[in-house]
Ligand binder design. Sequence first.
Ligand code: IVH
Length: 726
Amino acid sequence: MGVLDFDELRRKPVEELTHEEAEKEVDRLIKEIREHDYHYYVENAPIITDAEYDALRRRLEAIEARFPDLLRPDSPSLRVGAPPAEGFRKVRHAVPMLSLSNAFEPQDVHDWERRIRRFLGLSEDEKIEYTAEPKFDGLSISLRYEKGELVLAATRGDGYEGEDVTANARTVKDIPQRIEAEDFPEVFEIRGEVYMPISAFMKLNEEQQKKGEKPFANPRNAAAGSLRQLDPKVTAQRPLRFFAWGHGEASEMPARTEWELYEYYRRWGVPVSDLIELHDNVEALIDYHARMLERRPDLDYDIDGVVYKVNRFDWQERLGFVQRAPRWAIAHKFPAHRGITVLKDIQIHVGRTGALTPVGILEPVNIGGVIVSRVSLHNEDYIKGIGADGRPIRGGKDIRIGDTVVVERAGDVIPQIVDVILEKRPPDAKPYEFPTRCPVCGSKAVREFNPRTGKLDAVRRCTGGLYCPAQVVERLKHFVSKRAFDIEGLGEKAIEQFFDHKFIRTPADIFTLEEREKKGEICIRCLPGWGEKKVQKLFEAINARRRISLDRFIYALGIRHVGEVTSRLLARHFRTIENFLQAGREIARDKNSEAAREIDNIDGLGPVVVEALHNFFNEEHNWQVIEALLEEVTVEPEEVPAEESPLAGKTVVFTGALKTMTRDEAKDLVERLGGHAANSVSRKTDLVVAGPGAGSKLRKAQELGIRIIDEEEFLRLVGLKPQAAE
Ligand code: IVH
């Protein structure tokens, strides 16, 4: 047999390994496990999933079981975890803090019970009671009480020797400093898990990022990092909690069972989970596992499985330990909900409203039984990890194509990238360049400025809505809707049908349907639900809309932030389509042009509309759509109200104080009389009403030679004051 290369060797089943190969594998596995222990315990930043780590350990143990001579004294299978880090006093555990064996399938739990029965010599019908409890995903700690006083808190370390973190543990409010109960033993070690609630973890990470510090990968790492702070003052500020799950050394044992001990704990003021249950058969344990898996998303702390323990302490004692785990307990793990894989590509999806959404394409990875090959990347700031203001954003990652990423799948939520493993970033990986053009239609894609927040919108949008295939169906529906072109017989369903059959692509196509039907280029009457009569009626309805008012026309274009009211204001101001388009051309070129200022001046409109118009008219495709449409329809000029109104079509500016009405009332009056009230004086102003205190506007009006009148004259002009008999 030829020499196996590295990858082949690591995949070869243990039973098929030769002694020589097994030796190589042991060497490799020990090195890898050590490296991962270091990432996990020292850096608090694992780079593989727990499941992958477990697989490494299981393979090593299997090889050692098959070739006992390869069990090296330094093998990680003889230890649990990493040696304590420098900085804390090392302490030996009076009773070792060992680990748990894992069950993944119900069968593993049945097998476990069978072993227990065999070991204890119990018959099939003898009941065994078990506690079933959550497996808290935190950091195990042993709390030593002497005469009711907390004297030592130690981390697990390698199981035999941990770190003295007493000063830090004293800052955790759940951990009693003193236990006063009469029945509390002389010496007693309470063991349990220090954890950080998920809500607190999110808040902490937010703060870490604000401070420009690296966020924690998950609540467990945050808890570990917090408890192992050299300065207890820092630990005190971290919201750590504690649940007890067992005991260590005890001068005497008040309880005969695990369940009873938990009852003592509760009485002594030691936090115990209220999710712990007592059962006497494996089926009930498996049902507990299923129920906890369901509850997991609602808990404010991470659990990575459940733990079953033989309830009776005397049986626990007889069962004892094998290697590094007790025979009397087992962890029934949940399927991993994280996986590590490579981000192969970033694709941009264009939604029906034009939002460009980045989607990460992954090397498919099995996460808890589901193959995940896509993740949402939210928006461009999230990918960059930097906000539009140049500051790091919460949850942002600097994600690059080629990166090795940690993916999490939680419940029904779309999988997310929760971490990027920078150690594995290819040297040539470049920051991702988010497209500034729509990948579907090539139109410009822009981020709007939000004047309320003073920031750019997180979302980039395609500006070619009426042209872009990704959006056009929605836009066409809007175009024909009641308050826009209002074409009877052309509802949403018909639009979809016609679009699917490629009868219409843009609004102008609606107006050529009849001609194309007559020429035989298309056949509407061949479509299901369309009879001769109905088609004829549709053509009539379409033709009836070949003349359209300016406000409806503007509204139908579906420009962002230009709804019905804004369309009416624009129409009333510009009067004709030519004027409106002329302004559009100017705004497209320059957001600060005279036309832009003119619109900004229209009461009720502002910079948001100006920017929306700029983005719309700055896209060449939109002009194509409008021009094609104007070949088919005539836009009627806005009607000038009653001829006799002296203000019809006039732009009026008020400046200085008014005596008989408020400024708003005056403006209202102008609008009602068909005029337009503006805020500032320009060449387009027809009339300035100046009162006491008028300043720069008055001067500008004088400079421009605009007609200036006072309040009295204004009142006379609008018929509110009789003409003076002069
Ligand atoms: S019992 C002899 N019960 O899981 C060890 N452990 O993988 C007995 N853990 O070191 C452990 N929740 O840190 C037990 N309800 C629970 C637990 C629990 C979390 C942790 C603990 C232990 C590790 C074993």
